[in-house]
Design a binder for this molecule. Sequence first.
Ligand code: HEC
Length: 155
Amino acid sequence: MRNTGLLTAALVSVALATPVAAQMSAEDQITARQGAFQFAAWNMGKIKAQAVDGDVAYNQQQMLAAANAIAAVANSGLGALFGPGTGMDQSEGTRLKPEFFEQPDKAREVAIGFAQAATKLQEVAATGDQAALAAQFGAVGKSCKACHDAFRAEK
Ligand code: HEC
């Protein structure tokens, strides 16, 4: 009985330690991350329209929902969708440069920058301060660009 208990505990800890994305093919990881970035971009567009350009009337609930969505993407453990074999030198239909795998410190730096900027976006959106949200929108945009400049190939 004792052995069974230990085995069960070992299986549970293995299950917890295995990233969910380990089950995903390279193709599925690429599709999922592209969708995640499209979704983030869609929500950035809403913030730009309301907080930056003022084309659409400012609505704090909508701004908070958009910021929450962007922060959720940024803090979702997105790195799991950048597995081995998902660079453009090894897979079709992706613009992820091989440099991503050669510069793990830089990759970590831009990912953390995105997560921090997006988390702050969420905090600022909750205050309802339009000017502060516009400023933080700019900071998030810079964090998107920092990664694109380093690791996303031109079309
Ligand atoms: C950690 C790096 C990184 C960050 C941060 C990042 N991106 Fe990207 N983005 C990429 C890479 C790499 C691709 C190409 C993905 C592929 O083709 O597999 C991409 C692709 C995209 C695409 C095209 C998706 C498609 O359908 O092919 C859009 C739109 C986009 N990013 C917007 C954004 C926005 C907006 C942000 C910030 C809110 C952002 N990205 C943050 C790395 C990043």
